[in-house]
Design a protein around this ligand. Structure first.
Ligand code: SAM
Length: 262
């Protein structure tokens, strides 16, 4: 997969491309990232890429002309890709979105800086925006790295085992079960006995239970509306029965905890 990144800080990327799964993906010829320096497309001797905002106010805005010229260059290099702006206002990056991106032939990622990009260019030339979460970064470079990392590990042939990614959190709508490695006892705590039993059916069952329990405790929103298979139904039913045995029967309408009478 070809990935073009448009940025005013290209020097942030080489170290990122040289490590971990991204490096492996590059070495295996599965990923070909390239950073395009937006300043190379600024016509003035100072290589200016920002200007003051119309309407006044603090902060600067990315000028449209250098970015438009850089996008033309990117289009020539990867005509099959439609540009994506990293933006706090974009569609949220999820595992599902990463999987969809990993199936595209090429990506062009535009990193904003300052207060963002002149909106006329966004409307015209950048049809898609992706956010990595509900917070504001000072630039799109780290967000682009997040997208590239999430996508690279999903490219067939990058991870050691093809079903590693399929078992990761979010892949099937659940959080993954906990992991343990040697030593068998660490800080006085032993690994769960079942994991050293060699009984693969029991291990698979324990992992499923742990995965459901973690999801229920940490991200119950993931379970709402998610279809359950027979085993998941059975496990959650058993958890419900356990809780029903612990909780006293409700007396009258429940009041939200912590709410005081006036
Ligand atoms: N003024 C903008 C706003 O309120 O939406 C924020 C601009 S931010 C300081 C500069 C750049 O960082 C953005 O143009 C975008 O490229 C990037 N950025 C910031 N937060 C991001 C996020 N959550 N996801 C992806 N990119 C983000």
């Amino acid at each position: 997969m070809r990935i073009l990144v448009l940025s005013i800080f290209p020097q942030l990327f080489p170290s990122f491309f040289a490590h971990g799964m991204v490096r492996l993906a590059c070495e295996r010829g599965l990923l070909a990232p390239q950073v395009i320096d937006l300043r190379d497309f600024a016509p003035d001797p100072h290589r200016t890429t920002d200007d003051r905002p119309y309407g006044g106010g603090s902060g600067m805005v990315m000028k449209p002309e250098p970015l438009a010229a850089a996008l033309d260059h990117a289009r020539r290099l990867a005509p099959e890709a439609s540009p994506i702006l990293l933006s706090a206002q974009g569609r949220r990056l999820t595992q599902e979105a990463a999987l969809e991106l990993s199936r595209r032939p090429a990506l062009v990622l535009v990193c904003g800086r300052y207060e963002g990009v002149d909106d006329r260019l966004c409307e015209e030339a950048i049809p898609e925006e992706i956010s990595i979460g509900d917070y504001v970064l000072s630039g799109g470079e780290v967000a682009a790295m997040v997208v590239i990392d999430a996508v690279a590990r999903l490219l067939p042939g990058v991870l050691g085992s093809p079903d590693s990614a399929a078992r990761d959190s979010f892949a099937d709508g659940l959080l993954e079960h906990p992991h343990y490695t040697r030593p068998a006892v660490f800080a006085g705590r032993a690994v769960p006995e079942v994991l050293t039993s060699g009984d693969h059916r029991r291990i698979a069952r324990w992992r499923k239970e742990a995965s459901l329990w973690r999801t229920l405790v940490h991200r119950p929103d993931l379970l709402r509306g998610r279809p359950l298979d027979a085993e998941e139904r059975e496990i959650l039913g058993a958890m419900q029965e356990t809780l029903a045995g612990i909780l006293p029967p409700a007396e009258g309408p429940a009041r939200p905890p912590g709410r005081r009478r006036r």
